[in-house]
Write a protein that binds this ligand. Structure first.
Ligand code: 1CP
Length: 344
């Protein structure tokens, strides 16, 4: 088989086994991650290519997954252009001076990858060699304009997105200029990763599920589409992911990605019908299932495979990231089960 099973499934080509990887497969669930990360800021680990490459490799070695995802974060390009972002342990990204008005647009500019994120370029280059020997492709990623905007406007993680939606509705002109600047930033970040050797990209619009379909369609979709269509010429599969997006699936599918990520709230059979035959789907085991003991994880993994069916075009994943409390042994068994159950 010429291309890896992950890349083939993204392109809806037949595979020898359904490929599997996990969002947040690198991270706190792994003792080897906790050892190497220590107490420092995650941004420091990301800025060190040896550390970032090692952390990226850890889940590949332990789980035998079919793809690696670069160890980085969606706020890395924002920090790199000097917007003033830190990642606080136990909380997430925190913005020094949140985005409030027109004047703040001046604090956003396109990414100059060589100058702003040389460490990301170097980490990808290191990994491509090491992963190439294993035949495992590397996924690069970026935050989608809406999800990035929500951190900039709220100043940190939020549950209700009140300030974000208030700006979107009260000043659509400023909102569009903000999302346009963020689309340019994300496009630059994805292009740099692909130029350095990433074999696929994922656009994380993790919080798009907070939106009503009409608002998503009018105020968000055009910007995500610009990022995804901007990557069309790169000839790498593009994955588009969000959480709680049952009301948006058709719209998200229309943004131009090759693969649509779905969380556990929508059965994959339904997701496949709704995104249409031109797109693959990725997902969608509930991460909480992995905390409920192996018999539960096994039953729900089998249910995902049944829902996905046997047509080409399924990448097995969780519906969102690995929870830090997860026993790595359970994820190991999920990989094994997916591979044995789908052997063709
Ligand atoms: O110090 C730590 O270990 C903190 C936890 C952590 C990790 C492991 C953060 C803080 N970021 C990361 C790395 C990371 N971030 C990866 C690694 C690659 C992998 O998957 O193995 C990825 C893909 C991301 C992307 C990311 N960051 C997203 C999109 C994916 C998702 O989970 O929806 C989002 C929303 C973020 C913001 C972020 N960074 C960190 C946290 C805790 C959060 C979420 C905060 C919130 O709830 O808003």
């Amino acid at each position: 088989m010429s291309a890896s099973r992950f890349l083939r499934a993204c392109r809806r080509q037949p595979v020898d086994r359904t490929p599997v990887w996990f969002m947040r497969q690198a991270g706190r669930a792994l003792p080897e991650y906790r050892r190497i990360r220590g107490e420092g800021s995650i941004l420091e680990s990301i800025r060190n290519p040896d550390t970032a490459a090692e952390i990226t490799m850890q889940p590949v070695r332990r789980y035998g997954v079919d793809a690696a995802i670069l160890f980085s974060d969606i706020v890395v390009p924002l920090a790199a252009i000097g917007f003033g972002v830190d990642i606080t342990p136990g909380r997430g990204p925190v913005i020094e001076r949140p985005f409030r008005s027109e004047a703040d647009l001046a604090r956003l500019r396109p990414l100059d990858a060589e100058a702003d994120v040389p460490y990301v370029v170097e980490t990808v280059q290191k990994l491509v060699g090491e992963l190439g020997e294993l035949g495992v492709p590397l996924i690069g990623f970026a935050g989608a304009p809406f999800t990035l905007a929500s951190y900039l406007i709220e100043g940190g993680p939020t549950r209700d997105f009140v300030l974000t939606k208030a700006l979107m509705h009260s000043d659509p002109g400023l909102w569009d200029r903000l999302l346009d600047a963020l689309a340019t930033l994300s496009l630059g970040f994805l292009s740099a990763q692909v130029a350095a050797g990433a074999a696929a990209v994922q656009l994380f619009d993790s919080w798009a599920g907070a939106l009503a379909p009409a608002d998503y369609r009018d105020r968000v979709l055009p910007h995500s589409r610009r990022v995804l269509e901007g990557m069309a010429g790169a000839d790498v599969p593009r994955i588009h992911f969000g959480v709680g997006t049952a009301q948006l699936l058709e719209l998200m599918a229309s943004a131009g990605a090759d693969v649509v990520g779905v969380d556990w709230r929508v059965p994959l059979g339904e997701a496949r019908r709704r995104v249409g035959p031109e797109r693959a789907v990725q997902g969608n085991l509930d991460p909480a299932a992995c905390l409920a003991g192996w018999p539960v994880a096994e039953r729900l993994t089998r249910r995902v495979l049944e829902e996905a069916g046997t047509e080409p075009g399924h990448v097995f994943n969780l519906g969102h990231g690995v929870l830090p409390e997860t026993d790595p042994a359970v994820l190991e068994r999920v990989v094994e089960l997916v591979h044995t159950e789908t052997a063709r």
